[in-house]
Design a protein. Structure first.
Length: 277
């Protein structure tokens, strides 16, 4: 009986390379999908943080006769709005009575005040030497993740250059649901500071003749795949591109103050740039 020889069809080099290429393409697609999912998860965490911040703000308002906290008070130490709502969100920093800046050690102890995508920001504390070496921007209130719409809601206590005085009452914000209160913040748009001033936010245009400070403008930061998250005066949370929020550019380094204050002045009216004292 003759033995039957079975012929095997072997892969050619070309076929093998095609298979490898297909596997590579599929792997890259999976990695992209995982990266997108990871960033979406971070954005969801950020939104939950801002939801808690909005709730803390409104609890503060209820306890303080309808007034919003100031952005900052005092000069030595400088205590900020995050400390005002610390009681309502589970704390803020190691010592709420003291300054929290990257030059010191009074770090944030409540992760609600930290956006998990802050490291995606184009403006980070990244010194190569000196006392700030190894410091993370999001660990301190002054340079932190979230900024307060200060020109409309909080201003600075005893700042004689600001027309709208502290404290701002809810009666001065007729459309809280259409007004951004706290959002992902960038820092000074021209990167002129070693430590970004990011605990306050400047809207798209001047309000009461003020847009930014001597340190420069501090717009929002679209660090969630070109979107930024924000909580509003009524506590609800939304995401925006910078342009959809009224800015004249989608990059915080390119804004110039020629935008639309609709979502920023408390009146839901694009024509209003002078706010009541």
């Amino acid at each position: 009986m003759k033995s039957v020889r079975v012929k095997r069809k072997l892969f050619t080099i070309v076929e093998l390379l095609v298979v490898i290429a297909i596997i590579g393409i599929l792997a890259s697609m999976i990695l992209v999908a995982l990266s997108v999912a990871k960033e979406q998860a971070k954005s969801i965490t950020c939104k939950n943080n801002l939801k808690q911040v909005g709730l803390g703000m409104n609890l503060y308002i209820n306890d303080y006769n309808g007034t919003y906290p100031t952005a900052r008070w005092g000069t030595a130490p400088k205590v900020r709005w995050q400390n005002s709502i610390g009681t309502y969100i589970g704390g803020s920093v190691l010592d709420p009575s003291q300054e929290s800046d990257a030059t010191g050690t009074n770090v944030i102890t409540n992760n609600i005040l930290k956006c998990p995508s802050t490291e995606k920001s184009k403006y980070q504390l990244d010194p190569t030497s000196g006392p700030l070496l190894g410091k993370k921007r999001e660990d301190y209130l002054r340079t932190g993740s979230y900024g307060y719409n200060w020109a409309t809601f909080g201003t600075f206590h005893l700042d004689s250059a600001v027309i709208r005085k502290y404290p701002v009452n809810v009666k001065q914000i007729p459309h809280p649901s259409s007004t951004i209160l706290v959002a992902d913040s960038f820092g000074v748009k021209d990167k002129s500071e070693t430590r970004p001033h990011s605990y306050t936010i400047d809207g798209p245009v001047q309000l009461n003749g003020r847009w930014g400070t001597a340190l420069g403008q501090t717009p929002t930061d679209p660090r969630h795949r070109k979107l930024f998250n924000s909580t509003h005066g009524d506590g609800h949370v939304e995401e925006y591109t910078m342009v959809s929020a009224g800015y004249d550019a989608n990059d915080p380094e390119n804004v110039s103050g020629g935008g639309n204050p609709l979502l920023w002045n408390g009146y839901a009216d694009s024509s209003i740039t002078v706010l009541t004292p």
